[in-house]
Write a protein that binds this ligand. Structure first.
Ligand code: CUA
Length: 174
């Protein structure tokens, strides 16, 4: 079959691009240790934040729990345009953990699709209404980590962010 030279070049170029993309995915996923969130639970976004229905309905101060020494669970509710807890700019408490903590994040949305990206970690996932995303991370370095919504979610998307503080506690006995 005859193939024009420029056409053949385009086919070869496209094939090479696909290989580059596949390699980039493999390097990003394997070398950088990207973890995909597990769809932990299916919930009803209309009632998930109702008190008594789920941990997302609990008072915001009680949505971070120490379940064992140094192990925490954090239930974060996303909505346009804040994370509760976490969005200190919107009157929400920050997330605070002692250094060395292992934190399992449970995040869901009560309205539309949002994103959750925690800087300086490999935590990054979509937050979907109706589904609870779960990821675990250990924080060995003290400091303030910001997290942002990275899915465009409306006119105030750019102010949808939160703060996680890892405290340097010398008193921690571990
Ligand atoms: Cu929520 Cu962008």
């Amino acid at each position: 079959m005859h193939m024009d030279r420029s056409e053949r070049n385009y086919v070869l170029f496209t094939a090479a691009l696909m290989i580059v993309f596949a390699l980039a995915l493999a390097i990003g996923g394997v070398a950088n240790g990207i973890k995909l969130p597990a769809p932990e639970l299916i919930v009803d976004p209309r009632t998930v934040a109702t008190p008594g229905v789920s941990p997302f309905g609990d008072p915001v101060e009680e949505r971070v729990r120490e379940i064992a020494p140094g192990k925490y669970e954090a239930y974060i509710l996303a909505e346009a345009w804040k994370f509760s807890p976490g969005s200190t700019g919107q009157g929400q408490p920050p997330l605070t953990f002692p250094v060395g903590s292992t934190v399992t994040f449970y995040v869901t949305s009560k309205d539309i699709q949002h994103g959750f990206k925690l800087e300086n970690t490999n935590l990054s996932f979509m937050v979907l209404p109706g589904q609870v995303s779960k990821l675990t991370a250990t924080f060995d370095k003290p400091g303030t980590y910001n997290f942002v919504c990275y899915e465009f979610c409306g006119s105030a998307h750019h102010i949808m962010y939160g703060e996680l503080v890892v405290e340097d506690t010398n008193a921690a006995s571990r």
